[in-house]
Unconditional design. Structure first.
Lengths: 200, 540
């Protein structure tokens, strides 16, 4: 049934943008919850934010922003038919994405070590507003982390496709769409950083 | 009427690829076959839902209560809601008729992303199977009602997590279909098929797709939070941890009220196709209907809190949502008036599709007007969570979307299978269906007015007479449904061959053979005018 498979790059890009809209709305539900809870518990959110490691948060922001840049450079390289350079940039993106996850895991690990994890006995002793703060923190950064993992998986496939010439100078819409997804992951993090790490 | 009687291409029902039989269907990327896959699976779930509803009515005859416990009754109304809403009414018309006819109506060979389309069906089936599994595994069938309200959904020992995850997966299917339809409408219209030359079904599907896109992710995240809450106790909906259960209701209805319009808009689209064909008149107020679809999608996204008038909100919020709820009736009324105006002085051909389309208008008006009633705050407090609500939303969902789906099925049946059903048997099925429907659901509305609360396992003696009326109505309704679907099934298997254009329709699907060839059109048509011009046909 491949008789009517046609190629429509503009259509693919439109479809990807529409998908990104659904992702934004998905996180939007959480942002609504966050704003409501922060309105309800301003002092507790301030106190909760003080417990987070802003240095690690900012470092991770720089890591993700750089990885977004390298994805764009990879697309530019493909457009110029520079396959090796494209692979190098994609590889850098993957490495930066992994770095983000490693830093994130250290950060979460430290929280767990201090007895700060959902439903923990220590958390139960904190005021309700702070419990909600950490509930939202783990939910939102966790869901974002899942998106980073998905993004890395997609970009790994792209790495393979560039290597095997399935993505090439005259056919790079898949790489472009994967790049768009990666930018979205980046953009969401840019909102998470001030809402949690800089809340104090 | 010119028809392409002989075509080089085989019908889409003939296997042409390397795979044959069932495997060919399960791996198809043809939008028409995917439409049928949805149809067959959804009608199956529909009958499961009908069966559960039937048993619930039997329980209200009191005698049957010895066979079923109160806990089972809770599970029954939950599962009835989950199956009917998530597996039939919400995805029904867009997935079946949207898939089958959207590309044909705009003169395309397929949707923009055929493989994604097949993946959507697999997501749908995965969600459906998970939903069914949730009944038999874990702590037993969920007993929260289909709305999964916190905090009960967080505390109950039944298998809420799996059921909620099933709804999450089904949401994915719905979203991907929405993305596919929007892209298809933007990118694949035939040359000359401007937006305002599209048949109204396409407008309805377009606005539906936008709601699917913008509302579904909200319920996805809400349901995800319920799962996280149950497994990790994150506390966002748990008041003992500073959370707020009311937040759940808001997030849930931000999706689930627009979902009501996901259900009804494509139904209205189908009715807007059927009425011109059987009156041989161009539809009255084409642009008004097209814009009212979009404004229903817009305003309908801002009325969710009318489900929560008794949940505790500020007086200001109550009044705003009450006002918006009444405003959303305006575009719906525009459509009804336009349909009726189209009928006026038309040459009416009282074929089965029109009969069911008119049934839709009648029942939808009752459902719609009782909806406006509930938008009024004072009345709402009185009838909140009573049988009145149950009767009302069955008028909208079953009397509206269900009847429109039946009408669409009757209308496009000859095109989809290239066969014809027995019209007489359909007329016969209509009588018990219509009478039973009104006994059942109008009976419920009267019960609600009298004060019968919904979701109760037993009832007080003063409600008994109406409960008996409603239960007898349910028997007639089921009888009608059985005759209806048996007739269609017989038509598919043994019916006489249908003409290419049995109803004298003028939209693109009637210009191609029945059943359509694999790629729909031999030559992509060029469109020079709007969709409902019957004058040309009269000359020929």
């Amino acid at each position: 049934m491949s008789g009517h498979v046609h190629r429509d790059d503009l259509g693919s890009r439109l479809g990807m943008w529409l998908f990104l809209v659904t992702e934004i709305v998905l996180f939007g539900g959480l942002f609504i919850g966050y704003s409501y809870m922060r309105y309800k518990y301003p002092a507790e959110f301030h106190h909760g934010g003080a417990e987070l490691n802003a240095t690690l948060g900012v470092t991770n922001t720089l890591v993700l922003l750089t990885s977004s840049l390298t994805v764009v450079l990879a697309i530019v390289a493909i457009q110029r038919a520079e396959k090796k350079r494209a692979l190098a940039f994609l590889g850098t993106t993957l490495a930066l994405g992994l770095t983000f996850l490693v830093i994130k895991s250290f950060e979460w690990g430290a929280k767990f070590h201090h007895g700060l994890y959902p439903n923990s006995p220590h958390l139960a002793t904190l005021p309700p507003g702070e419990q909600v703060f950490f509930g939202l923190y783990f939910t939102m950064t966790g869901l974002h982390g899942v998106h980073v993992v998905v993004g890395l998986a997609v970009l790994s496939v792209m790495f393979w496709w560039v290597a095997t010439d399935r993505v090439r100078q005259d056919r790079y819409i898949h790489l472009e769409n994967s790049g768009l997804y990666w930018h979205l992951v980046d953009v969401i993090w840019i909102f998470l950083l001030p809402l949690f790490y800089l809340a104090a | 009427m010119s028809t392409q009687a002989s075509t080089a291409q085989p019908s889409y029902l003939v296997d042409t690829g390397a795979r044959k039989g069932l495997l060919a269907w399960l791996t198809t990327t043809d939008h028409k076959r995917i439409g049928l896959l949805y149809l067959y699976s959804m009608i199956t779930f529909f009958f499961v839902g009908v069966g559960i509803g039937f048993v619930m009515r039997l329980v209200q005859l009191t005698t049957f209560q010895k066979l079923i416990t109160a806990q089972t009754y809770n599970a029954l109304f939950t599962v009835h809601g989950v199956i009917m809403i998530f597996l039939f009414v919400v995805p029904g018309l867009p997935a079946i008729f949207g898939n089958f006819f959207l590309p044909i109506l705009i003169g395309a060979k397929d949707v923009s992303f055929p493989r994604l389309n097949l993946a959507s069906w697999y997501f749908f089936m995965a969600g459906a199977i998970l939903a069914v599994l949730s009944l038999f595994t874990g702590g037993g069938a969920p007993d929260t009602g289909w709305t999964f309200y916190a905090p009960f959904s967080l505390k109950t020992g039944t298998n809420v997590s799996l059921a909620v995850f099933a709804a999450f997966v089904l949401g994915f299917s719905s979203m991907l279909t929405g993305i596919n339809f929007i892209t298809t409408i933007h990118r694949l219209r035939a040359p000359g098929m401007k937006f305002f030359r599209m048949p109204l079904m396409c407008w309805a599907l377009y606005s539906t797709a936008w709601i699917q896109l913008l509302a579904t992710p909200i319920v996805a995240i809400t349901l995800l939070l319920v799962i996280l809450e149950r497994f990790f106790g994150i506390g966002i909906f748990d008041p003992s941890k500073g959370g707020d259960p009311l937040l759940y209701q808001h997030l849930f209805w931000i999706y689930s009220h627009p979902a009501v319009y996901i259900m009804i808009l494509p139904a209205m689209g189908a009715i807007s196709e059927i009425i011109p064909t059987f009156t041989k008149r161009p539809i009255f107020g084409y642009k008004a209907i097209a814009f009212s679809s979009m404004s229903i999608a817009g305003v309908g996204s801002l009325v969710w809190a009318h489900h929560m008038f008794t949940s505790g909100m500020s007086g200001m919020a109550l009044m705003i949502f009450s006002l918006l709820t009444m405003v959303v009736a305006v575009p719906s009324a525009i459509k009804v008036f336009n349909w009726v105006s189209t009928l006026y002085k038309g040459s009416i051909d009282f074929e089965p599709p029109l009969l069911f389309a008119l049934t839709f208008i009648f029942l939808f008006c009752i459902g719609g007007l009782t909806g406006v009633m509930q938008g009024a705050l004072a009345i709402n407090v009185h009838i909140h969570d009573t049988y009145f609500i149950v009767g009302h939303f069955h008028y909208v969902m079953f009397g509206g979307t269900g009847m429109a789906l039946f009408a669409a099925l009757l209308y496009w049946f000859p095109k989809m299978w290239g066969k014809m059903y027995s019209k007489k048997a359909i007329y016969v099925s209509w009588f018990p269906m219509f009478i039973g429907f009104n006994m059942l659901y109008f009976g419920m509305m009267i019960l609600g007015m009298m004060g019968m609360p919904r979701r109760y396992y037993v009832h007080l003696p003063q409600f008994h007479t109406m409960h008996v009326v409603a239960t007898v109505g349910s028997w007639l309704l089921v009888l009608g449904l059985i005759i209806f679907f048996a007739t269609l099934l017989y038509g598919i298997l043994k019916g006489p061959k249908a003409e290419d254009n049995p109803w004298g329709g003028v939209t693109l699907e009637w210009t191609i053979p029945s059943p359509p060839p694999l790629e729909n059109f031999e030559v992509i048509p060029t469109i020079t005018r709007g969709p409902y011009h019957f004058d040309q046909q009269e000359k020929a």
